[in-house]
Design a protein around this ligand. Structure first.
Ligand SMILES: Cc1ncc(COP(=O)(O)O)c(C=O)c1O
Length: 493
C-alpha cells in the first residue's frame, strides 16, 4: 500500500502528541502583553517557560477529538469481551447523574443539606441487599477488585475478633486474576483449587484442602468459564464446616440477578461490580464501584462510613464509637462513588424487578445463541449450555498455523473488538465471548458471520492472512510485553 504524503489514511488522521504539534515559543492566542509590574506575585513569578505547547483552539479541539476517536467504545461498536462485561450505559443514567442537585454536591456539605443524596445511597444499598438476599452491604469500595480486598479485610477482622488468625485462602484456578491478587494483598497465602472436566470446582480437591488454617474460599459464580457452580450448596456446607467464610466473586451477577439470591446459597461475602450488572460505566478499576454484601456474622466488621436512617433523618456513621459494631477501618474517602450510585439506581428503577430478571435471562440467551451458532465452527470447551458467556478453546485451530492471538487480531479488521483471549487459564488458547443482554440479534448475527468466515479462512490454510492482521487499524501489532514491562508514561524531548 503506497504511503500518503501526509502519513494519513483517507480521513483517518495520524495523531502526534500535543507536545509534538505545538511548541512553547508560539502562542495560540493573541493577548495584549501584560503590564510590566515589578514583583507582581511577591517574588513568585515564573522564571522561565513551562514547556506547554501553544496551539490555536481548533488545533486543540481536533487533537482531543481525534484522540477520543481512537478509543473503541461500547457506544462505537460491539465489544464481546468475556469476563469484562462491556455493556451499554443507558443515557438515562447519565442524565440523572448530571442533574444539578446530584452532580453539584460536595462531599463536605453538612448532612442536613444532603439528605436526598444520603437517601439515594440508602435506597441503593437496600435494593442491593434485597436482590442478593444479604443483610448488610459496604458501599464504599471503588471497584470489583477493591471490593474483594474489602471483603477479605472484613473476613480477617471477623476471624481475628475470635482470636482465630487463619493463613490460607482457597482460590479456584479459573478465578479472575484479581482474586488471588486481593488475597495476597491482604496477607493471605493463596492456595489454588483445580477445576474438574466439567469446568466447575473439583469438590473432592476442595474438601481435601479445607482445614483449620483456611480463612475463606473465593469462588466466582457463575464462574469464569461461564458456568454455574452446580455443587455450590455442598461447597458452602464444606467451607462453613471448616470454620471458614464463603467469599463469592459476584462480578457475574448479571447472569443471575433477579433469578438467584446469593444469600440463599450460603455465601457470606460478595462484591458486585456495578458496571457489570447495573450498567454504570467501567472505571479502569478506579472511579467504578464494587459494593460488598455481607452475611450477619460479618456485618459488624464492615468498613466505615455507612448511612443509617433514624428519627433525625439520614446520617453518615463515620466513627467507631457509634454502636457496638467493630468496623475494621475505611477503604475509601467520603461516601464512595456517588455518581456511580446515581447511575446504578437509575438503571434499577428504570428496569424494575421484572426488568432486572429479564436482564439475566437475555444475557444468558444471547450467550447461548453465540454458543449454539458457533459450535460447529469453533470448539466449545465444555458440553451443555452456558450462562452469560460462551467459552471456546483453540482446538479448531489445530495444524492451521493460526493462534488465538492471530484470530483475535483478524477480528479487529472485521470491525469488532476481540473477545477475551487466553483466559480463563483452565482451557488452552481460550476465547471467551460475552455478548451481554443489550446486543440485538442483528448485531450478534453480524459478529457470528465474521467469526465463521475467519474460522473458514483459518481452516482453508490462509495462515498468512492472520499473521498480517490487523491491517486496517491505526497501529498493527504492538509489543505488548514491552508495553507491560517497560511502560513509557511520560513524554520527554
Ligand atoms: C470475575 C471478575 N472478578 C473481578 C473483577 C474485577 O473487577 P474490577 O475491574 O471492577 O476491579 C472482574 C472484572 O472484570 C471480573 O470479571
Amino acid at each position: 500500500m503506497a504511503e500518503t504524503a501526509s502519513g494519513n489514511k483517507a480521513l483517518f488522521v495520524e495523531e502526534p502528541l500535543i507536545f509534538e504539534q505545538g511548541d512553547d515559543a508560539t502562542s495560540g492566542v493573541d493577548l495584549p502583553a501584560p503590564p510590566t509590574v515589578k514583583n507582581r506575585l511577591g517574588g513568585l513569578e515564573r522564571e522561565g517557560r513551562i514547556g506547554l505547547p501553544g496551539l490555536a483552539e481548533p488545533e486543540v479541539v481536533r487533537h482531543y477529538l481525534r484522540l477520543s476517536q481512537r478509543n473503541y467504545s461500547i457506544d462505537g461498536g460491539f465489544y464481546p469481551l468475556g469476563s469484562c462485561t462491556m455493556k451499554y450505559n443507558p443515557r438515562l443514567n447519565e442524565k440523572m447523574a448530571r442533574l444539578k442537585g446530584l452532580g453539584d454536591l460536595h462531599p463536605l456539605q453538612p448532612m442536613s443539606t444532603v439528605q436526598g443524596a444520603l437517601e439515594l445511597i440508602d435506597t441503593l444499598a437496600h435494593w442491593l441487599k434485597v436482590l442478593t438476599g444479604m443483610p448488610a452491604v459496604a458501599m464504599t469500595p471503588a471497584a470489583g477488585a477493591h471490593g474483594e480486598l474489602t471483603g477479605l479485610m472484613t473476613i480477617r477482622a471477623a476471624h481475628e475478633d475470635r482470636g482465630d488468625a487463619r493463613k490460607r485462602v482457597l482460590v479456584p484456578e479459573s478465578a479472575h486474576g484479581t482474586n488471588p491478587a486481593s488475597a495476597a494483598a491482604c496477607g493471605y497465602e493463596v492456595d489454588p483449587v483445580p477445576a474438574n472436566d466439567r469446568g466447575r470446582v473439583d469438590l473432592a480437591a476442595l474438601k481435601a484442602k479445607l482445614g483449620p488454617d483456611v480463612a475463606a474460599l473465593m469462588l466466582t459464580n457463575p464462574n469464569t468459564c461461564g458456568l454455574f457452580e452446580t455443587d455450590i450448596l455442598e461447597i458452602a456446607a464444606a467451607v462453613h464446616g471448616a470454620g471458614a467464610y464463603f467469599y463469592c466473586d459476584g462480578a457475574n451477577l448479571n447472569a443471575i440477578v433477579g433469578r438467584v439470591r446469593p444469600g440463599d446459597l450460603g455465601i457470606d461475602c460478595m462484591h458486585m461490580n456495578l458496571h457489570k450488572t447495573f450498567s454504570t460505566p467501567h472505571g479502569g478499576g478506579g472511579p467504578g464501584s464494587g459494593p460488598v454484601v455481607l452475611s450477619a456474622p460479618l456485618a459488624p466488621f464492615a468498613p466505615l462510613p455507612y448511612v443509617v436512617h433514624g428519627a433525625e433523618g439520614f446520617r453518615l456513621v463515620e466513627h467507631y464509637t457509634e454502636s457496638d459494631a467493630k468496623p475494621f477501618g475505611r477503604v475509601k474517602g467520603f461516601h464512595g462513588q456517588f455518581g456511580v450510585f446515581v447511575r446504578a439506581l437509575a438503571y434499577m428503577m428504570s428496569m424494575g424487578a421484572d426488568g432486572l430478571r429479564q436482564v439475566a435471562e437475555d444475557a444468558v440467551l444471547n450467550a447461548n445463541y453465540l454458543l449454539a451458532r458457533l459450535s460447529g465452527d469453533l470448539t466449545p470447551s465444555f458440553e451443555g449450555p452456558c450462562m452469560h458467556e460462551a467459552l471456546f478453546d483453540d482446538r479448531f485451530l489445530k495444524d492451521t498455523g493460526v493462534s488465538t492471538l492471530d484470530f483475535a487480531k483478524a477480528l479487529i479488521d472485521e470491525g469488532f473488538h476481540p473477545m477475551t483471549m487466553y483466559f480463563p487459564l483452565v482451557v488452552h488458547g481460550a476465547m471467551l465471548m460475552e455478548p451481554t443482554e443489550t446486543e440485538s440479534k442483528g448485531t450478534l448475527d453480524a459478529y457470528i458471520a465474521s467469526v465463521k468466515a475467519l474460522a473458514a479462512r483459518a481452516k482453508a490454510g490462509e495462515a498468512d492472512y492472520f499473521h498480517q492482521a490487523p491491517v486496517h487499524s491505526p497501529r498493527r501489532r504492538l509489543d505488548e510485553t514491552a508495553a507491560a514491562r517497560k511502560p513509557v508514561l511520560r513524554w520527554a524531548k
